[in-house]
Design a protein around this ligand. Structure first.
Ligand SMILES: NC(=O)C1=CN([C@@H]2O[C@H](COP(=O)(O)OP(=O)(O)OC[C@H]3O[C@@H](n4cnc5c(N)ncnc54)[C@H](OP(=O)(O)O)[C@@H]3O)[C@@H](O)[C@H]2O)C=CC1
Ligand SMILES: C[C@H]1O[C@H](OP(=O)(O)OP(=O)(O)OC[C@H]2O[C@@H](n3cnc4c(=O)[nH]c(N)nc43)[C@H](O)[C@@H]2O)[C@@H](O)[C@@H](O)C1=O
Length: 317
């Protein structure tokens, strides 16, 4: 990949896509092809084929997807299955057909079995049943992995797959219902602080463990893989920063300055009990995450506050 290479980042307005764009621009890449969802709906097969036939990008970061937290996954199963199958199938096929040199597909740690041995190695995929709250999304993402592997075997297309752990950072989705836990709780604690509430509700028991990674570290790993990894085996991307949801909630309350009580609501689902990734494969390439959780949360809260004053933030660049 050279700084003049033509690079398409699908989903460049999302959290991951915008982090990859920041990283590419910081490294001097200046031949970026970008389309908003309004300009190019990636579910529309004909539109995607036309776009690739005209633009013929050399490298593709596939960071567009129907994404959300436990509630969104559980509530919109048809969208999580259909949109993700369509987006990834259209993009992978058109990239290959129009001569792309390489494509990076993003899966997720939630594609592994619910009760997986820990830390999770890449080879544990498809060894036992999935977590029911996100099986539709997981099935779609597993199909994405298999699509990349099939195109590599049959057509020698250099499609690679990264499996990130739970991500957070600037430009995240801070929706009160449909977001992931970290941005969701930043908003809930912030609003509770402004109202002077005495307590904040935390979904579930607080006992599940999650590994959190700053999205800039994911962008760093994505660049490394795009530059130097060309195999069909999937690659985990994790940070080792594992905390319980109760511990996470206390860290966020401290960062936001909320001094009231935390009230756990066990009527809401916990989801997977634990999903810590084994990242030996990536470590063997000399990689490790840099941003620790506490400063990462502080920076994300600052980005949330900035976006309150500038509501177009999530839709930039
Ligand atoms: N967030 C996380 O914790 C994790 C994320 N990942 C993976 O990283 C990738 C990016 O996730 P993230 O950045 O968090 O998600 P976001 O929701 O922040 O971004 C997704 C992007 O995809 C775009 N998009 C969705 N549907 C379409 C469509 N039909 N046509 C065109 N664009 C579309 C969205 O556009 P618009 O802004 O218009 O909606 C948005 O820009 C996904 O593949 C996800 O599975 C993996 C592990 C963890
Ligand atoms: C990245 C990964 O993310 C998803 O899986 P998840 O890790 O279960 O996602 P989550 O961030 O929504 O929840 C983590 C934990 O936190 C608890 N929790 C408490 N309070 C809130 C809360 O306010 N919001 C949310 N969302 N969760 C909360 C919640 O009950 C759960 O125990 C996949 O669906 C899939 O999308 C995927 O790929």
């Amino acid at each position: 990949m050279h700084t003049s290479s033509k690079i398409y980042v699908a989903g460049h307005r999302g959290m991951v896509g915008s982090a990859i764009i920041r990283r590419l621009k910081a490294e001097g890449f200046d031949n970026l092809v970008l389309r908003t969802r309004q300009e190019l709906d990636l579910i529309d097969q004909r539109a995607v084929e036309d776009f690739f036939a005209v633009e013929r990008p050399e490298y593709v970061f596939l960071a567009a997807a129907r994404v959300g937290g436990i509630h969104a996954n559980n509530t919109y199963p048809a969208e999580f299955l259909r949109n993700n199958l369509a987006i990834q199938t259209n993009v992978i096929h058109s990239a290959w057909k129009n001569g792309a040199k390489k494509l990076l597909f993003l899966g997720s740690s939630c594609i592994y079995p619910r009760d997986c041995r820990q830390p999770i190695k890449e080879e544990y995929l498809l060894t036992s049943p999935l977590e029911p709250t996100n099986e539709w999304y997981a099935i779609a993402k597993i199909a994405g992995v298999k699509t990349c592997q099939a195109y590599r075997r049959q057509y020698a297309f250099d499609a690679i797959c990264a499996m990130p752990t739970n991500l957070y950072g600037p430009n995240d989705n801070f929706d009160p219902q449909d977001s992931h836990v970290l941005p969701g709780l930043i908003r809930r604690f912030h609003e509770a602080k402004l109202r002077g509430d005495e307590a904040v509700a935390i979904w579930g028991t607080g006992q599940p463990l999650r590994e959190f990674m700053h999205v800039d570290d994911l962008a760093d790993a994505a660049m490394l893989l795009m530059r130097s990894y060309s195999r069909e085996e999937i690659v985990n991307v994790g940070s080792g920063d594992e905390v319980s949801i109760a511990e996470l909630a206390r860290l966020i309350a401290d960062a936001v300055g909320f001094r009231g009580r935390l009230e756990f609501d066990p009527s809401r689902p916990d989801g997977t009990p634990r999903k810590r990734l084994d990242i030996s494969r990536l470590e063997a390439m000399g990689w490790s995450a840099r941003t620790r959780l506490q400063p990462g949360i502080a920076g994300t809260y600052a980005a949330f506050l900035a976006a309150q004053h500038d509501p177009v933030e999530r839709t930039a660049p």
